[in-house]
Design a protein around this ligand. Sequence first.
Ligand SMILES: [Zn+2]
Length: 234
Amino acid sequence: MKTRVGLVVFSGGQDSTTCLHWALREFQSVRAIFFDYAQRHVSERQAAETIAARLHVPIKVFRLDFFRELGGNALIDSEMDISATTPEGDLPNTFVPGRNLIFLTYAASYAYTLGIRDLITGVCQTDYSGYPDCREATMQSLEKALSLGLGWTRPESDDSERPFAVHTPLMFKTKAESVLWARELGALESLAFSHTCYEGSFPPCGVCPACLLRSRGFAEAGIPDPLVLRAQGL
Ligand SMILES: [Zn+2]
């Protein structure tokens, strides 16, 4: 993939930051796309822009008001509390229905205008709350739908590189494995500027489900979280 350009769907969070570093290693050049979809906090966008600037990666921000108008989600609606626990068989109230499908479809349109045929997303089906739009089967189907819809297909007989690809390098990694891999990719310095906390606070609150998941991953990997170290002035 050394001759190709990668477009990373970038949120400024831990996983997409790790993916950004992977893309920088794998592709000739890399761009990032950020969706401003009326998250409760501006800290996500600040994190994304800071990390992209430090790595000299061009970042394009698109506004997306649809999810705000859709409502009914704790990541967007400040009236709703983020639930720490989820009733058996239900999705948590932080699930934004179809968010990754929509993000990747928008990203594919943007990629098309730039002649980019490789999208990278940090979705992962391990360790998570069971978001159905993070699963490998969903991503493979979407890759197929997007290649057909954008006319990036090839004859069955051609077994060269995929003409269009949705890369999901974290798909089967646990949080701890992701942390170890981030260190290998040299991403820890960037992770000091990443954003995870659902409360949008810095230092991170340490008790919301996102903070807990992140701190458990770093603890299991035996690596101190560079974001926490930065918050402590270390
Ligand atoms: Zn938190």
